[in-house]
Write a protein that binds this ligand. Structure first.
Ligand code: ADP
Ligand code: MG
Length: 476
């Protein structure tokens, strides 16, 4: 329903880091193993245990911060966020309240710059399981202490589409930098959506609601759509949006307030006395920066400029880092990078996914790809034959010489004008009536002649070339 409101959205995205061990102890950081199998005394918060910082977590935080254009705080601190819940044995969560590791940064989407407020490190809580036992809720503490990044954006989003593209790119980036597996379904990326409405043209923000823990793109989209309508309905009726925390139920598609007791918090943040401020030198930050791989969007822009690859093909090629860098290797050595990009998108990648392989596993090399494309570029094989007949055979065993294979499959076309002309002249001699009709103005007979020519015994003429020659001969 169209109305006069503009949506204002800010995100808080939790990203679970794919470190080997947890944030503050050596328990393994792993998903999908038996409950409470990854829990030492630290994860269980036994008295007297001390946290120890995981270096890999910090490196990953800095990598993603730099890739998103943020500034790294030379000194950042850890704080305790105090609350009581059965999935939190310590009674507090270690987080960064005062000085987060990354400040600022952002992402350009189209002509919009979606700014980040900051990124901070924290630890995850355990998991409560309510649906196994009738009487009790069960606690699995494997996740307790798993390192998280919280990426907090400015309220810069105006549409659900922007949210989706942002999350999509963020997921690609965390995978690209080997920071997280980015699997939303497994909870490695979860998103809180803060949403408010304001009349179009008004500068001041309205009151917002926060929808907690959306763990798929689809749920985020549905929750935003529902919440937008809900708030618009209240405002249209002259009501007031009460600032609150909401839960989204994927089965009903409805948002509803979280229970009051979960909502009212006094976290009483204070610096964690067990973790002194963390100091990172400029040199170290610079070193991490120089070690970053070329980022997906930079790679894409370069390909577009350097090889004239179209946006939508480039998007497919940069989808995964390994694939992207394999493509880069082939593009760099290609006799026709643009043609190769189309070949990759339309044939190689679909073939790989049909056979459940990665393109790196297809036994291809630049040399073999060049030999295939050579047949197209030199007009030895017509594109339709190359793609429909030659490709399926060749890709079964790319080690086979593609020219020999093309000959075997008799898809090589004749580019020799004298032999094509010879065939055309023979054809015309056999069809004097049609020739007369053509010359009398029945130009559509060109199709008839071409059809006959291509069906002639032993003729494998290049159709484009043949057509030009045919027109010349028919016109006398
Ligand atoms: P708090 O300190 O209460 O958590 P923040 O200022 O940190 O609030 O904002 C939390 C999130 O809410 C951020 O992602 C921010 O962009 C977003 N946000 C803040 N104000 C609004 C608003 N009026 N409408 C929508 N989102 C908002
Ligand atoms: Mg907040």
């Amino acid at each position: 329903m169209p109305d006069n409101y503009e949506m204002v959205i800010g995100l808080e995205v939790h990203v679970q880091l794919n470190t080997k061990s947890k944030a503050f102890c050596s328990d393994e950081n792993k998903f999908g193993v038996g409950p409470n199998t990854l829990v030492s005394a630290v994860s269980l918060a036994h008295p007297g245990t001390l946290p120890r910082l995981n270096e890999s977590q910090i490196l990953k935080a800095i990598r993603i911060g730099l890739a998103l254009g943020g500034r790294i705080n030379g000194t950042s601190t850890f704080d305790r966020k105090n609350y009581s819940y059965p999935d939190l044995p310590k009674g507090y969560q270690i987080t960064q309240d005062c000085t987060p590791i990354v400040v600022g940064g952002g992402m350009n989407i189209g002509n919009r710059n979606l700014r980040l407020h900051h990124i901070h490190m924290e630890e995850d809580a355990g998991k409560l399981i309510h649906d196994i036992d009738d009487e009790y809720s069960l606690v699995d503490l494997n996740r307790a202490g798993v390192p998280l990044l919280e990426i907090v954006t400015e309220p810069d989003f105006r549409t659900a589409k922007e949210v989706e593209v942002f999350l999509d790119r963020l997921r690609q980036l965390v995978r690209w930098l080997d920071v997280s597996d980015g699997n939303m379904e497994e909870g490695s990326m979860r998103c809180d959506v803060n949403l408010s409405l304001r009349p179009i043209g008004q500068e001041a923000y309205g009151n917002r609601c926060e929808i907690k823990n959306l763990n798929s793109m689809r749920f985020a989209r549905q929750a935003i759509a529902y919440e937008r309508e809900r708030q618009a309905r209240i405002l249209n009726a002259g009501g007031h949006i009460q600032q609150q925390t909401l839960n989204f139920d994927p089965t009903t598609g409805v948002t509803s307030p979280l229970r009051e007791k979960e909502e009212v918090h006094d976290y009483r943040y204070f610096p964690d006395p067990d973790l002194p401020p963390m100091v990172i030198s400029d040199d170290k930050i610079e070193e991490i920066k120089t070690q970053l791989p070329e980022l997906p969007l930079t790679l894409k822009d370069r390909w577009k400029k350097q090889y004239d690859i179209v946006e939508k093909d480039a998007d497919v090629l940069i989808q995964f880092k390994k694939r992207a860098f394999q493509c880069e290797e082939w593009l760099k050595n290609s006799i026709d990078p643009k043609l190769l990009s189309q070949f990759l998108v339309n044939k190689i990648i679909p073939h790989a996914s049909e056979t459940s392989k990665e393109i790196e596993e297809l036994l291809l090399t630049s040399k073999k790809l060049n030999k295939f494309l050579e047949l197209l570029i030199s007009d030895k094989v017509a594109p339709s034959k190359a793609y429909q007949i030659l490709f399926p055979e060749w890709i079964k065993n790319p080690n086979e010489d593609v020219l020999a294979l093309a000959q075997k499959l008799s898809v090589i076309q004749d580019n020799d004008t004298s032999s094509i002309s010879f065939a055309i002249n023979k054809l015309i001699e056999d069809h004097p009536k049609e020739l007369e009709a053509y010359r009398g103005g029945k130009k559509q007979l060109l199709g008839f002649f071409m059809g006959q020519l291509m069906r002639m015994e032993g003729v494998k003429a290049n159709p484009k070339l043949a057509k030009d020659l045919m027109i010349k001969v028919l016109n006398g």
